[in-house]
Every structure is written in structure tokens, then in C-alpha cells.
Design a protein around this ligand. Sequence first.
Ligand code: HEM
Ligand code: CU
Length: 643
Amino acid sequence: MATLAPIATAPLERLHDTWEARPGLYGILATVDHKTIGKRYLVTSLIFLVLGGIEALIMRAQLTHANAHLLSPGAYDQLFTMHGITMIFWYASPVLSGFSNYIWPLMLGSRDMAYPRVNALSYWTFLASGIFIYTALCIGQAPNAGWFAYAPMTLRPFDPGLNMDFYALGLIFLTVSTTIGAINFIGTVMKMRAPGMSLNRLPIFVYGTMTASFAAVFSLPALTVATTYLYFERHFHMHFFDAAQGGSPLLWQHLFWMFGHPWVYIIVLPAMGMVSEMVPTFCRRPLVAYPYVAMSTIATGIIGFGVWVHHMFATGLPGVSMSFFSGASIIIAIPSAIAVFAWIATMWLGTPVWKTPMMFVAGFVVLFVIGGVSGVVTAAVPFDWQVTDTYFVVAHIHYVLIGINVFPVVAAFYYWMPKMTGRMMSETLGKWNFWTMFIGFNLGFFPMHISGLLGMPRRVYTYPASAGWGSVNLITTIGSAVFAVGVLLFVINIFVSLRRGAFAGSNPWHAGTLEWAMESPPPPYNFAVIPIIRSRLPLWEDQLGDATPGLISGEGHSHVSEGVVLAEGRETFGTSPLEAHPLHVLHMPEDSMFPFLLAVAMLGTAYGLVFSLWWLAILGGVGMLACLIGWLWPRHLVTGERA
Ligand code: HEM
Ligand SMILES: [Cu+2]
């Protein structure tokens, strides 16, 4: 197996000095290291997962039995909305960005992302927008119209507090982070791959995040437009959504779901990609049908733009358009099914090793199938009319979101944490973790299908005893509590492994992809020499020989320990988009305070706008401008840099 051969120490020290962040506060705030940023993303989004989970448990406590009085209707509204937006926007997508940020350059054989400062800005704006939205909860004026915030409910006459102003501005703020993050991923995949890592040698995880990033760039503008309209309508009496004044409430729904459905794929495709990395490792064979899985990832991303109206079947649209969108929604299951068959075939043909990540992956496949089936049936218009806005849909979204996002994410923590920290997570605790989460989840969420079919509407703070929904709800609450214990075990396992986990070494799972080539945790410069790639699984070439996928006879093998050192300042290769031919040596930027300061200024503006403190908004705006000027100011080349 290829490992790093010792190279002369002098360049290593130089590399270390150039790439390491400065100690102290400056280093903390100014670092642009993708590994640090990735870890911050992961920790912050886990905190949001816990916050959203606490909100969920409070709701479940209220719903345990009929006529409960733990929460007022207004408080319940704020809780389900905060729970929904926290999970969807501040947990599910950022946690995947965290993994991609950390893993991508290692997997691609690069020393950083394409735009390291933009990367830092995307983290700081993510954090700042989260602080902003939780300010609303702290002052008791959290968003309260559901995560998709339908007009006209959200307009001033019906919702006069600051609640929906926080929603509109918070999402615009977060969109900045997500958009620039996505552009960074696209730039990275196009330019920053190790020489020889052609498109047919890219890991599926990279395909997943890449597709999600394109989808984000094309779908987020619809959300920005919708939320900007909402803010303008609420503050400046414009009438985008007010039917009485010639606006249209349906305009909100179209804009929101044009963004909203692609977003669903944004928070599942990278997770499916992570599964496609773990399955081969634990089944000890390359992924079956790699090209089809790669293509199906892209196909899902594209078809995902043509199904949004399935969220609007109950709005009275013409039958023809409904049948079109119903058909598209059924068709989109096909590419997902291709991926499922590929994983099952890989397990079938390989020899699965049942480590904790693999158990979560197998659990994910089961939940994915259940969530997929409840999705396909709701794509049929008459069935949707029966179950829309009932707990059947709540069951469906949780099977999809927890099944396709949370389970793979937990698997990925078990899988990649050893790379990030140098220590293994406990397998014993891991098994407990898996079974409590899996059993708790199914116990809690499967019965929601039944309460939905029994007619229980979503977003109700309580129900009468005569409705007959008491026992299903009791079971649901118990299951949710068991699931929460599972999440707690997971968090405990993280902390335990940080202190006492066994040392991981460079490649504890004997995986085949490049991120396992260097020691764990990786040095600040990632690779001592820039690797040269000749197959899809560079670290398995010794075992698989000529059967390694992506190997072309006559081209030779991958080199991980020999290659170009590039140690004159922060340097890495820029390569061509298709074949990854080395084109030029890229000079990567130094650390900078401007991304952090820019995010602080944006936070100021957001507070100014929400509280109508115009002086603060203007001050923030001036601050932003100043930061941008500082950021873009032409620098003189310092010693060691090359033009
Ligand atoms: C312990 C785990 C969880 C529990 C017990 C839970 C429970 C709930 C409950 C009780 C509701 C409100 C139902 C209603 O009144 O209509 C809800 C809504 C929702 N949940 Fe969860 N949830 C959990 C985890 C998650 C996760 C991980 C995600 C996403 C990644 C998520 C996404 C949503 C969404 C999008 C809604 C809809 C909010 C809305 O109606 O606007 N949930 N959940
Ligand atoms: Cu959808």
C-alpha cells in the first residue's frame, strides 16, 4: 500500500511554517485552513442539531397526550418553525459543508480549497446568521409561520411582530454563506485536483457535493428574491403577495419551492456521496456501477429543478401542470434507486465488515427506502390530497431527512473523525449508539404515518381526546426520547474518543481514497509532495493491481510519496477541469482578518434592519465596504512569494 516515504526534513519544516496558522487570537480569527474551517462547520452544525433537537423534544412532550398545556399555541408555532429552519438550514446543509471542506482537498490531492478566504467568510457568515436567528428566540419573537412561511400568513397584518423579519433577513444572511461556499466547491473541483485525477477518477462524494453546489447556486436566488420581497412588503408596503392589491400569495409558494425542492437534494446528495465512499471501504471492493452512480447524482440534481409543484398540489393549479409535476416527481426516484441498487450490489459482492460506520450506512439504506416509498406515493396527486398537511408528511420528511442526512452524517463522523483527530471512536459505544438511534427513530417516526392516515394535521399544538390519536402520539414521544438518547451517546462518544480513543494511524479502515494517505491528523500542508493520480482508488492499487478502476494500462501507477514539493510559499497545483493536467502553480492567499470582520459588519447590518435602527444598518454597510476594500487591496509581494 502506498504511504508517504520520508522526504528531506528541511522542506517539511518550511512547509509547516508556511501553512500553519499563527498562534493566538489572530490565528484563530484569521486562519483560512480548510481543515480548521471544516471542523468549525462540523462543531457549529452539531450544536444547531442539538438546539433543534431540544426544540423537537419540547414539542413532543406537549403532544404526548391530548389537551396538554405545557406550551401555548404561539410558543408551539415558534418551536416548530425554529426546529424546521434550524434543522434544514443551520444543521443539515452546513454539516455536509463541514465534511466537504475538511475532506475535499485531502481527497483531491490539494493543499487547500480554491478560495480559502471566501471559505473563511462562508463559515463566519454561517455562524453570524445562526446567532442572528437565535437572537429572535431569545427575545421571544422567533419566526412562527413554519419553515416554508406561506404568504399571506407572513404579512404584517397577520404576523405583526419581528418574527418574520428575522426569518426573511436571517435567510438572506445565510444565503450569502451558502452561495459563496458553493462557488468555492465548484472552483475547487474544477481547478484544484491532483494531476491525473480526471473526472472519471473523482470520488462519488465529490460528485455529490459538486452537484449540490451547482444546485445551490441556481436555486438560492429564488429564495433570496422571495425573502427580499417579503421584507419589502412588510416594511415598505409593497404588494408582491397581497391578492387584494394585485399581488399573488402563490408567487411566494412558487419561488419558495423552486428553491425548496432542489434544497432537499442539496442536503441529501453529498450525504449519499459519503455513503458511496464508506460502502466500498467496508465491503472491501470498489463501488459497483460507479459511472451510473456518478451520472445518477447529476441527474437527480437536474430533475430536482422540475418537481417543485408537488408541494402545491392542493392549491388548485390546472390538472395538466399537476400531472406533469406528478410524473417528474415519480421519475426522480429512478436515479436514487440506481444508487440504492449499486450499494446493495457492492455489499452483496463484497465482504461487509460490520464496523459502526457500516451499521449506520446499512440503517440509512433501510430508512432511505421507506422514506423514498412514502415520497413516491405522495407524488400521486389524489393520494397527496388525502395526506397533505397531515403527520404522514411529517413522517415522510423525517424519514428522508434523518434517514438520508443524519444517519450518513453520524456514519461519516465515525469514519472520518479518526482522520481529523488521530483517534478512533469507541466501537462498543458506537454499537449502542446505532441501535438506540435506529430503534428509537423507527419507534418514534413510523407511527406518524398512522397518525397522519388517521387524520392528525401537522402544526397543531394539541388535539382532543375524542380524536383517538393519544396512543400513537405516546409511542411517538417515547421513540423520540430513545432516539435523543442515541444522539446523546453519539456526542458522548465524540468527547470520549478525543481523550481516550485508540490511535488511528494514517489509514485505520484500509480505505482506498487519497485522504487516508497522510498521517492523522493531517499536517497543515496536507501533502508533503503533490500526488500524481492514475486510478480511482490510489491506495488500493497494490492490492487490486490492474483491476483497480480508472487505471489505464501503460500510464503507470499513482504516486503519493514522489512528486513536486512546491514549498516556496503557499503553493499548490492548478489543473485542467476535465483531465486534471497540471496547468500552473497557484499561489494561495495568506491568513486574513477581513472575512471575520466582514461577517461582523453584516451581522450589524442585519440587526440594524430587523430593529429598524437605520444608523446601525448604515454603519454595518460602511463597515462591509471598508472590509471589502481592505480585502481586495493590491498587496506587495513579500519575500518568498512568486509572481
Ligand atoms: C429528535 C429528533 C426529532 C424529533 C423528535 C422531531 C420532531 C418534530 C416535530 C414534533 C415536528 C412538528 C410537527 C408539527 O407540529 O407539524 C417536526 C417538524 C419538522 N422537523 Fe423534526 N424532529 C426531529 C429531528 C429533525 C431533523 C434531524 C430534521 C432535519 C434534518 C427535522 C426537520 C423537520 C422539519 C423540516 C419539520 C417541519 C417544520 C414545519 O412544519 O415548518 N426534524 N419535527
Ligand atoms: Cu419536493
